[in-house]
Design a binder for this molecule. Structure first.
Ligand code: FPP
Length: 230
């Protein structure tokens, strides 16, 4: 296919980078630590990568924090990851210092299948509100997110609106209709799968796989991935 397809043409703006942050558990196991320590380090690393991303030409950074499939993990691990999301969405001063607007993508809180607990909802709402006037990079955190669930919701929304099922109509009924197409998808820790992340939005994305586990993914790794867009 030529590089001037409509999807590619839309991409001529500060790029949208999406990251599947895999490998926290293996990072911890290699050090003889509990998996939860790997997730804690993963959250710290996300804060570092956000700082690196704002100094590069990245307009949109979307990260997979917790999927619709992740709820089956052991309860203690799920609780720990929920706490880390509360922590991440509470980094408001840091986001404001970096002019970063934080957003969330996932199953709407009022939908019957949604599972986001109230305390995480509160942290999300507050962070969205308190960073909404920032004009720099947009950081979108996917929580209780699945690409197939999003697509089904978009088709239902399109039908409810009485519109024909066209690509433009589905675009308008995605969870975040203004989220631009993904230019670069990164997955850490050696797995070569897309795992139900941003299925619609990443139709034209380049994909960078690295063996590095997420807690060790640094600015040098980010630059290596961004080289794919050069
Ligand atoms: C993958 O590691 C990571 C997750 C399923 C959760 C993502 C969570 C973080 C990166 C930490 C917190 C981040 C936020 C956004 C608050 P894994 O457990 O699948 O690792 P493994 O494949 O080595 O077992």
């Amino acid at each position: 296919m030529s590089t001037s397809s409509p999807i590619d043409r839309q991409a001529r703006r500060a790029p949208h980078v999406a990251i599947i942050m895999d490998g926290n558990g293996r990072w911890a196991a290699r050090r003889g630590l509990p998996r939860t320590e790997g997730h804690t380090e993963g959250e710290e690393n996300l804060a570092r990568v956000v700082r690196a991303a704002v100094t590069r030409d990245i307009g949109w950074l979307t990260v997979f924090g917790f999927s619709t499939e992740n709820w089956v993990r052991p309860r203690a691990e799920v609780r720990h990851i929920l706490g880390l999301h509360e922590k991440l969405f509470s980094r408001i001063a840091e986001l404001n210092e970096n002019n970063v607007r934080i957003r969330w993508i996932g199953r709407p809180f009022d939908s019957p299948e949604a599972r986001t607990p109230k305390y995480v909802q509160r942290a999300i709402r507050r962070a969205l509100h308190e960073t909404e006037s920032n004009t720099g990079m947009v950081l979108t955190v996917a929580f209780d997110y699945g690409g197939r669930a999003e697509l089904m919701a978009a088709v239902r929304g399109t039908r409810r609106a009485g519109s024909a099922i066209t690509a433009a109509a589905i675009d308008q009924h995605l969870y975040l209709p203004d989220l631009p197409p993904v230019d670069l998808m990164i997955r850490t820790s050696g797995e070569h799968r897309v795992s139900n992340f941003l299925l619609w939005q990443s139709a034209g994305a380049k994909i960078h796989f690295t063996d590095t586990p997420w807690p060790d993914f640094d600015a040098t790794e980010l630059d290596a991935a961004l080289a794919l867009l050069a």
